[in-house]
Design a protein around this ligand. Structure first.
Ligand code: NAP
Length: 461
């Protein structure tokens, strides 16, 4: 490999690392994305220059078609459907590594009949395994989230022993493949087991845990790419794959911590099955309602407000009207902030992205740890389409499936208004005792419609 190519790969790797670092802050995230894209562009150019045997026309045609499909879907996809899109991305990432590993294997064994080095054959096996599991696992995750198959856990007797038996069979076939690299039956066994295991490991996991699974599959797709880097002897693919693998696993860990679940607990599945409402067996919750006019009057009389956004804000697309509400409050010198829970919505950073889209300045968005002590001194909390992330059962009710999950202490504010359509439950499927608290008032209706009316009232005051 020439020095120039090595330097180009080094520059790409530095741009990837800087890009990921900049994704850490909402303010620098777009720039980080651009840097990483530039890194990828340099890596592709360097690879094309290095490998001159391929047809540039074919590669260019593939890039144009792939980019056009990506651009079309990225523009079309709704924010609430983003986890589905990420699931597909991961799946195709896994499929790419899987296909490259297999084509390399068949090229070496069938065409060149050369014996493959040990490190390469192991990399091919690892890439086929992780790539295959990632591909079918991600497709199942996509189908579950998209409602094409049931989001509830699909379990059967002997499921975990079956998975273990398949994994051990894979290891056995892999060992024989290392010994006899040219046996096509063995490689077919490896292909089939990895694809089946992808399906079997994701079906028992409930829809509620799917975002965690998607983050984990993202990590797998990085590891598969890393293994493919070893097959192709391509340093930049090894670096990029490792970065994706490591960042995916860190994100998975952060999500598990924010939901107070262990990764093993998520992967063994069945969470959605055991969910029972915290208040289902107890007395039903009696709530107090508030109307649009009274809400506007309340806003007019307070000096501090915290808005807690949740998944319902994304569904209602209420972020723009919430910015208008903020402007009305600031005109009245009301201290106005947003409390951001790490797993509010359906993907990490979901609320930050929506609020940034509505031009709400980043310094108004306060993370859970920093804002939780401020609730007792806050006059009014407006909860917009959030439910689980403010459910006090996570603190008080050891029987609740969400017990132990860190929550925003919204219930401790002087007054709480909850904007939601009905008494519908959140993602975890548990009832929220906060709605029955004496300081809590329910503003029923679609968040965008009701808050638009509140803002109009405030404008007329
Ligand atoms: P949530 O608990 O899912 O509750 C969302 C609420 O929004 C629902 O109760 C719903 O009630 C309301 N809603 C829906 N459409 C609405 C509309 N048009 N207008 C007003 N309200 C509307 O949401 P969350 O509090 O954000 O909690 C997130 C949940 O997702 C947590 O359980 C978390 O563990 C889970 N999760 C998140 C991530 C992540 O990365 N963010 C990952 C994995 C799991 P109505 O139907 O009554 O309107």
């Amino acid at each position: 490999m020439s020095i120039a190519i090595q330097i180009a790969y080094l520059i790409s790797s530095i741009l990837f690392v800087l890009g990921i670092k900049m994704l850490n802050k909402t303010k620098s995230a777009r720039q980080g994305n651009r840097l990483s894209a530039l890194g990828m562009f340099i890596a592709i150019l360097a690879t094309l220059v290095q490998i001159q045997v391929i047809s540039f026309v074919e590669i260019f045609a593939c890039i144009v078609v792939g980019a056009a499909i990506g651009l079309y879907y990225a523009n079309k996809v709704e924010m609430t459907k983003m986890p589905e899109m990420v699931a597909l991305f991961n799946g195709f990432g896994g499929l790419a590594s899987f296909s490259v590993a297999l084509s390399d294997y068949f090229l070496r064994t069938n065409v060149n009949l050369e014996s493959i080095e040990l490190v390469t054959v192991i990399s091919i096996i690892v890439s086929v395994f992780i790539g295959g599991v990632t591909f079918t696992g991600s497709i199942i995750a996509f189908l579950k989230l998209n409602g094409n198959i049931s989001g509830s856990p699909i379990t059967f007797k002997g499921q975990h022993p079956l998975n273990l038996a398949l994994f051990l069979s894979f290891l056995t076939a892999a060992t024989f493949t290392v010994i006899d690299q040219t046996d096509p039956v063995l490689i077919i066994v490896l292909i089939v087991i990895s694809l089946v295991l992808g399906v079997l490991t994701v079906i028992p996991i409930g829809g509620a845990d799917m975002p965690v699974v998607i983050s984990l599959l993202n990590s797998y797709s990085g590891m598969a790419a890393c293994a493919t880097g070893f097959i192709l002897n391509n340093n930049v693919l090894i670096v990029a794959g490792s970065l994706v693998g490591a960042s995916g696993i860190i994100l998975t860990q952060i999500m598990c911590k924010a939901m107070n679940r262990s990764l093993v607990n998520v992967l063994l599945g069945g969470f959605g099955q055991t969910v029972s409402s915290a208040g289902e067996d107890g007395p039903s919750i009696t709530v107090k309602e508030i109307g649009v006019e009274e809400t506007a009057m309340l806003f007019d009389s307070v000096s501090s407000v915290i808005v807690v956004p949740g998944y319902g804000m994304a569904v209602a697309q209420a972020q723009h009207v919430i910015r208008e509400l903020m402007e009305q409050c600031e005109k009245r010198n009301i201290d106005f902030k947003f409390a951001i829970h790490p797993v509010a919505g359906r993907m990490p950073g979901h609320m930050n992205v929506l609020l940034a889209e509505a031009n709400i300045s980043y310094d108004k968005l306060i993370e859970m740890e920093s804002i939780n002590d401020e609730f007792p001194n806050t006059d009014l909390v407006l909860i917009v389409g959030a439910n689980d992330v403010v459910n006090p059962a996570a603190r008080n009710n050891p029987q609740s499936p969400i017990y132990g999950m860190p929550i925003l202490n919204a219930d401790k504010a002087r007054t709480v208004i909850v904007s939601k359509r009905s008494m519908g439950k959140g993602y975890a499927g548990v009832e929220n005792e906060l709605f029955g608290y004496p300081n809590c008032l329910m503003l029923f209706g679609d968040a965008k419609q009701t808050i638009t009316k509140v803002v109009s009232e405030m404008k007329e005051m």
